[in-house]
Write a protein that binds this ligand. Structure first.
Ligand code: B12
Ligand SMILES: *[C@@H]1O[C@H](CO)[C@@H](O)[C@H](O)[C@H]1NC(C)=O
Ligand SMILES: *[C@@H]1O[C@H](CO)[C@@H](O)[C@H](O)[C@H]1NC(C)=O
Ligand SMILES: *[C@@H]1O[C@H](CO)[C@@H](O)[C@H](O)[C@H]1NC(C)=O
Ligand SMILES: *[C@@H]1O[C@H](CO)[C@@H](O)[C@H](O)[C@H]1NC(C)=O
Ligand SMILES: *[C@@H]1O[C@H](CO)[C@@H](O)[C@H](O)[C@H]1NC(C)=O
Ligand SMILES: *[C@@H]1O[C@H](CO)[C@@H](O)[C@H](O)[C@H]1NC(C)=O
Ligand SMILES: *[C@@H]1O[C@H](CO)[C@@H](O)[C@H](O)[C@H]1NC(C)=O
Ligand SMILES: *[C@@H]1O[C@H](CO)[C@@H](O)[C@H](O)[C@H]1NC(C)=O
Ligand SMILES: *[C@@H]1O[C@H](CO)[C@@H](O)[C@H](O)[C@H]1NC(C)=O
Length: 434
């Protein structure tokens, strides 16, 4: 038993040291591009203002898959330029990393902004601040490991300075930051695999010098993370949940050396995602943007490929017809829900809202009923409003606390502005640790 395990480990290491660019990719065929239309419509129809911050995610996604929609792109680039020129100090490390990836994708003309505004240096500093926060606060970064992975990925792809030894020290698969509660975060693991794979390739190509043990350790980490990701594969082929599947696919595309062909049926996963699209699951621009690249066979590691990102999708026009109808708040009827705020004690109220309302409508109604008990604050993010405090009690990354959303005692997989509530439902915001 032990022997064979060691043998396979040696085999793995030898194999993974050979620079293999082989990727197992399944993608939507050209005649099925029509099935991606709801995603493109969601991205095109969104109003991109300075307050909403999904423009970076959408720009990166469109660049990566090579969609030539100049109108939309110009609008998005303007938003991103505004952030770069005016608000860079307020931007988190991972957001800056996404900006660099989006501007640098496919050698386009906006690439210069990266250098004119010294974005790589600034990312190095923000990454350093994440590490310092971890050292001062019990291993908790300013943001999270999804963003630290984006940071490493962007620094790796755009020749920034980062320490391979730090990557090896901080990204061990047992690190608590891969988990929320006891649940492995597929999104986080997938982003880490992409980052580690980029680092691994740079080491193999000799672009970055390091000792041999770092390379071996990185290979071991990738293997372990891929196992954890595949462990979260559901019977229908989704990996984690609907919203993590696209990024899990990207991770699996770039690491086919680390799992067996029979371990993952890519086509099944793809088909299930297409079904979810037709049911309107990806109705927010960030959700649509995150899933699209994988469906077209692209990964974040393709961002600085020498070939500019032209694809058959270049011709693929976005039309405003057939918008996805997710909710029809049309009817005037009312529904009632039992809304609770749980800290140590539970506070609850019977809240009546129009049929078709979302979780946020319930919270606002309750707040009007009693501001002391149900008062809350929120912050705009790329996924919509994020609840930051209730009853004056603030979520904190240093303490790993947050306001968890639940229905019938089960955590929701959508935020307050997306989740449509039902008559008689037991809704809860709960003071939780992750
Ligand atoms: C880290 C993370 C968290 C952390 C955030 C705190 C921290 N330490 O950073 C914790 C664990 C607290 C968390 C909580 C929740 N999360 Co979360 N989270 C993520 C993750 C892995 C990375 C986010 C990130 O940093 N992105 C990169 C930066 C650059 O983008 P950003 O927009 O600036 O990031 C901020 C927001 O994303 C915000 N945020 C995090 N989660 C959520 C969820 C929603 C709905 C909103 C509006 C904002 C938000 O926190 C980020 C840091 O400030 C994503 C995975 C993904 N694929 O994006 C899931 C993800 C965004 N989360 C998700 C969900 C569902 C939630 C919860 C609603 C779960 C729940 N039942 O309570 C809550 C939010 C409740 C609330 N208070 O409003 C879903 C959203 C799916 C959807 N369609 O809306 C994702 C995609 C995970 C998934 N696959 O299901 N999350
Ligand atoms: C790169 O970072 C290392 C440590 O992280 C530092 O010692 C070195 O001076 C940096 N090099 C440059 C060119 O910034
Ligand atoms: C990296 O691998 C070596 C053996 O190759 C091991 O001794 C070392 O502890 C590993 N480093 C980390 C941070 O796990
Ligand atoms: C666009 O469509 C035309 C005609 O169908 C085809 O000849 C051309 O190769 C396509 N362009 C791309 C980038 O696929
Ligand atoms: C995007 O939507 C706008 C209307 O919101 C429409 O005028 C435009 O034609 C759409 N773009 C494409 C390329 O379909
Ligand atoms: C509403 O929820 C609270 C706790 O969350 C519970 O104690 C109460 O019984 C519920 N009320 C109804 C009518 O279900
Ligand atoms: C909840 O109760 C525990 C134990 O009494 C206490 O230590 C903690 O501070 C309370 N938490 C809050 C947010 O009130
Ligand atoms: C909640 O309020 C509505 C409207 O006032 C009422 O019809 C319903 O019976 C109430 N539900 C409960 C569980 O008290
Ligand atoms: C709410 O609207 C949905 C359709 O939008 C309908 O199926 C449901 O019966 C309505 N519920 C109530 C209580 O009116
Ligand atoms: C809100 O609830 C608190 C605690 O139950 C109560 O003392 C206060 O009077 C309520 N305020 C209003 C405006 O109902």
């Amino acid at each position: 038993m032990k022997q064979s395990h060691q043998l396979s480990l040696v085999g793995l290491l030898l194999f993974s040291l050979i620079p293999s660019q082989l990727c197992e990719i399944c993608e939507v065929s050209e005649e099925n591009y029509i099935r991606l239309k709801p995603l493109l419509n969601t991205m095109n129809q969104s109003k991109y203002t300075r307050r909403t911050s999904s423009s970076v995610n959408v720009l990166l996604s469109l660049q990566l898959v090579g969609i030539q929609n100049q109108n939309l792109k110009q609008k998005l680039i303007q938003q991103v330029e505004y952030i770069v020129k005016r608000r860079l100090s307020q931007v988190s490390s991972g957001k800056l990393a996404l900006i660099i990836l989006a501007l640098g994708a496919c050698r386009n003309s906006e690439e210069n902004l990266i250098y004119d505004y010294h974005l790589i240096d600034k990312l190095e500093n923000k990454f350093q601040a994440e590490i310092e926060n971890m050292e001062a606060h019990n291993g908790n970064p300013l943001t999270n490991y999804y963003q630290l992975s984006l940071d490493i990925l962007a620094l790796c792809l755009f020749n920034g300075n980062y320490s391979t030894t730090k990557v090896v020290n901080y990204f061990t698969p047992e690190n608590k930051n891969y988990y929320f509660g006891n649940q492995f975060s597929v999104d986080t693991g997938a982003m880490a695999v992409l980052a580690l794979t980029c680092v691994k390739r740079s080491l193999i190509n000799g672009q970055v010098k390091t000792d041999e043990s770092n390379l071996k350790n990185i290979s071991i980490y990738i293997k372990s993370l891929i196992e954890k990701i595949l462990f979260e594969k559901k019977e229908n082929g989704l990996i984690g949940n609907t919203f993590s599947t696209g990024e899990a696919m990207q991770a699996l595309f770039v690491s086919s050396d680390y799992y067996h062909e029979n371990d993952w049926n890519c086509q099944q996963t793809l088909n299930t995602v297409l079904t979810e699209i037709s049911q309107g699951a990806f109705s927010t621009p960030t959700a649509a943007a995150q899933v699209l690249p994988a469906l077209m066979g692209k990964t974040f590691l393709d961002v600085n490929k020498d070939s500019s990102c032209v694809s058959a999708a270049g011709n693929f026009s976005i039309s405003t017809q057939e918008p996805v109808t997710v909710t029809t708040p049309g009817s005037q009827s009312s529904i009632s829900v039992n809304y609770s705020v749980r800290i140590n004690e539970t506070y609850f109220a019977n809240v009546t809202v129009p049929n078709g309302s979302v979780f946020l409508d319930v919270m606002e109604k309750a707040q009007k009923m009693n501001d002391t008990i149900f008062g809350f604050t929120m912050e705009e993010s790329s996924w919509g409003p994020y609840i930051t405090s209730v009853q004056g009690l603030w979520a904190s990354n240093n303490d790993r606390t947050y306001w968890e959303l639940l229905s019938g005692g089960k955590p929701l997989s959508q935020g307050v502005s997306s989740y449509v509530v039902h008559d008689g439902e037991n809704l809860e915001v709960r003071w939780s640790k992750y």
